[in-house]
Design a protein around this ligand. Structure first.
Ligand SMILES: [Zn+2]
Length: 462
């Protein structure tokens, strides 16, 4: 008799599937790479292996819709194989890669190249976004229809922001016509100028050039108006500022097709982190210090792993992001995984590139800061990593419904571990969370019924 392929029975876990409002102890049966059934005391056909998920959470495979995989052109930082391996270790079965590569992903040919390479070398599913403007220069629209035909799931100039409002309006009109969401890195260049961190108390103390929250808020307001004008879905990326959350909350009440995402670094850290670990733990790190035990992780002043775009903001902004996540104003969590080589980051703060890695730490940091603090239920957190991004991008993912692709994440919400950059699967080591004690860890990641990563071998042959 043939052994069934990509088939598995996960037993005894707590199954949380927000798409189906399901949260209960149950088994999950996977047959031929698809979800066959979810329920109590399921039995499997002969030859199907069992996975003991007792004490673990079993949920739809997590989706990170904001990841920089650096292909083509910047493979010293990351490539499709290493980036997707990091994703699998972090519990992610699907990632959405950004088009600010070299060259930019702004033609159907480049989209095809990435999709082909991802199918061959990717450990998890890779969905591709296309640039809004040619070479992400903000001047001339990229061929949006051609990008759509080539399979992009959204358009974005991430890393950059279209400053010309009329051009952005046209982009929205095309996106609407082709039923693509527009994802925007919200930033007004005239207010950002050559800032390297958040403009506030710490930029003054440290003598670094700052840029204000208003630089983000102005563009969030612009996007709300354009979403209303054109009917296009605009998604505001990596929100960092309190005013952005307030604007979004009000607009969503009016039914404007606008949405937002937040990244752990913006709701865990603050600009005090740029002044060094001691200042951070004493000023804004008290809640998180409790997870760390006796030894608090240390980092120096001007640590370039605290330099990202948008920047770490004030404690007030961080609180607003947390509130926005709690009340549903911000419906998506993601990493903005942005790998950079050591030699690029090991320079003065002013000269370092923006960005940090995040795929392997985002689940734990989100659990710690949102669920363990009781701001968010576990099901709501999982929704922000599964069904919500799937709906925004029209992906047939993010659910354990019968017949769906068997992308499944198994994680232990109570597992305590220390994140060490040297153990990371990413090619780059630029994380501010090196040495942090984290709580919550993926133990197995399954893509179409195949275990692509697991902490240890939990399989029991039937
Ligand atoms: Zn960005």
């Amino acid at each position: 008799m043939l052994t069934p392929m990509n088939s598995l029975l996960l037993t005894g876990g707590r199954v949380v599937d927000p798409a189906n409002h399901f949260d209960s102890p149950a088994d999950v049966l996977i047959i031929d790479g698809k979800i066959s059934a979810v329920g109590k005391n399921l039995s499997a056909p002969n030859g199907v292996e069992r996975f003991d998920a007792k004490g673990k959470i079993v949920c739809p495979g997590l989706i990170d819709l904001h990841v920089h995989l650096r292909e083509p052109g910047q493979t010293a930082k990351e490539n499709l194989a290493t980036g997707t391996t990091a994703a699998a270790r972090g519990g992610f079965t699907s990632v959405v890669c950004m088009p600010n590569t070299v060259p930019a992903i702004d033609t159907a040919g480049t989209v095809a190249l990435i999709r082909e390479r991802a199918a061959r070398e990717g450990v998890v599913n890779v969905f591709v976004t296309g640039a809004i403007t040619k070479n992400i220069a903000g001047e001339e629209l990229a061929p949006v229809g051609g990008l759509k035909s080539a399979g992009v799931v959204a358009i974005t100039d991430d890393g950059h922001c279209i400053q010309n409002n009329e051009l952005m309006r046209h982009a929205c009109q095309y996106a609407k016509m082709f039923d693509l969401p527009v994802m925007d890195h919200c930033q007004d260049y005239s207010l950002v100028t050559d800032g390297v961190m958040h403009e506030g108390y710490w930029s003054t103390v440290l003598g670094l050039r700052g840029w204000p929250s208003a630089a983000e808020e102005v563009i969030v307001a612009r996007n709300i108006l354009l979403a209303e004008l054109t009917g296009a879905k605009i998604h505001c990326q990596h929100l960092s500022a309190a005013g952005s959350v307030a604007l979004l909350r009000e607009a969503k009440k009016r039914g404007v097709p606008i949405s937002g995402e937040a990244c752990p670094h913006h709701f865990v850290l603050t600009d005090a982190a740029v002044a060094g670990s001691e200042k951070f733990w004493n000023a804004d790190g008290k809640v998180l210090a409790k997870f760390q035990g006796d030894e608090l992780p240390e980092w120096p002043k001007y640590d370039t792993n605290c330099k990202m775009n948008p920047p770490l903001r004030s404690a007030k902004d961080r609180e607003a992001i947390l509130e926005g996540l709690a009340d549903g104003t911000i419906e998506i969590l993601c990493s903005d995984h942005a790998p950079h080589c050591d030699y690029e980051k090991e320079v003065e703060f002013d000269y370092a590139p923006f960005g940090i890695t995040g795929l392997e730490t985002e689940l734990a940091l989100s659990l710690m800061q949102l669920v363990q603090t009781k701001r968010l239920s576990l099901a709501d957190l999982i929704a922000k990593f599964t069904v919500n991004p799937a709906r925004l991008l029209n992906l047939s993912k993010g659910t354990l419904s019968a017949g769906a692709d068997a992308d499944v994440t198994v994680f232990d919400p109570d597992s305590e571990w220390i994140f060490r950059v040297e153990d990371s699967a990413s090619k780059s080591k630029n994380s501010p969370f090196n040495g942090w004690k984290l709580k919550g860890k993926a133990v197995a990641t399954m893509v179409a019924g195949k275990i692509v990563w697991s902490e240890k071998n939990e399989l029991v042959s039937a």
